[in-house]
Design a protein around this ligand. Structure first.
Ligand SMILES: [Zn+2]
Length: 270
């Protein structure tokens, strides 16, 4: 659901205000739209030849991922949308809670992709998730918190108050999303850069204490290993499964040669 909202309504929405060719605008230049941020008519837009990528440059990729993630976080609170994806009642509230909790967790795990030497982010989506975690943490009224009792943060726990997602989490995300969307729509590079650099700035506490613990608790990347079926004694079909490790994956492939030598030309068809 989260990926669906991210791709379709996240990347898929939003208009760039543009002078499409000399003197031709895709909005009313005589009465420009009112920015919901300043409550005044907009004063910037894309000029002929400018694109989102050419104006926002190296910021564009992560910023846009963030905008799409925020759209997903805002819309997954909507009961009608949850229902479209087949979730209703208690299940819908569990899915919503999972979406917020897993985003918060991703925001912490993201620190693996922040390089302390260059002090830069190496992965667009993870930088975006870090900023959404910061948005949760500043949503107020203990909506989101990081709990720990040990000095080395080895018992670090993320808490999201399920009962405050709609009242606190969603409005915080929406307010952040509104800025991201308006600065993008109006080609406001200066405001967009300040917003995004400030919120994804990694200070000493995040960059050393929390990041060290993230790396220490890191588990190997999960792998999907294909099970095999074997016909035993000519009649019983036996399902053979493997551990989700590199060894398990190799064993799964190796076992498929019993089919025939040609399996490697035609591909396994089990
Ligand atoms: Zn995306």
């Amino acid at each position: 659901m989260q990926v669906g909202l991210h791709e379709l309504l996240g990347h898929g929405c939003g208009k760039l205000l543009q002078e499409t060719s000399e003197g031709v605008y895709n909005f009313d230049i005589e009465s420009p739209p009112i920015s919901p941020l300043t409550k005044k008519p907009i004063t910037s837009w894309y000029t002929p030849g400018q694109t989102w990528g050419s104006v926002f440059g190296s910021l564009a990729a992560s910023y846009e991922e963030c905008r799409a993630e925020c759209v997903a976080m805002a819309l997954c609170c909507d009961l009608g949308i949850l229902a479209i994806f087949g979730f209703e009642g208690v299940e819908a509230s569990d899915v919503l809670y999972s979406a917020y909790l897993s985003m918060a967790r991703a925001g912490i795990a993201a620190l693996e992709f922040w390089d302390p030497t260059s002090r830069k982010w190496g992965q667009a989506h993870m930088q975006a998730r870090f900023s959404i975690l910061q948005t949760f943490l500043s949503a107020g009224n203990d909506f989101a918190s990081l709990d720990y009792t040990k000095e080395d943060l080895s018992d670090l726990t993320i808490k999201i108050d399920k009962s405050k997602i709609v009242s606190h989490g969603r409005p915080a995300v929406e307010s952040y999303l509104q800025k991201l969307a308006i600065y993008k729509a109006t080609a406001d590079l200066a405001a967009g850069t300040k917003l995004y650099n400030d919120i994804t700035h990694v200070n000493e506490w995040w960059g050393t204490k929390i990041r060290d613990e993230v790396l220490r608790q890191k588990t190997p990347r999960k792998v999907f290993v294909q099970a095999n079926t074997i016909l035993s004694k000519g009649e019983n079909v036996v399902l053979k499964e493997y551990p989700a490790t590199a060894e398990g994956m190799i064993q799964s492939y190796a076992d498929r040669t019993y089919l025939s030598d040609s399996v490697w030309e035609t591909g396994p068809n089990i």
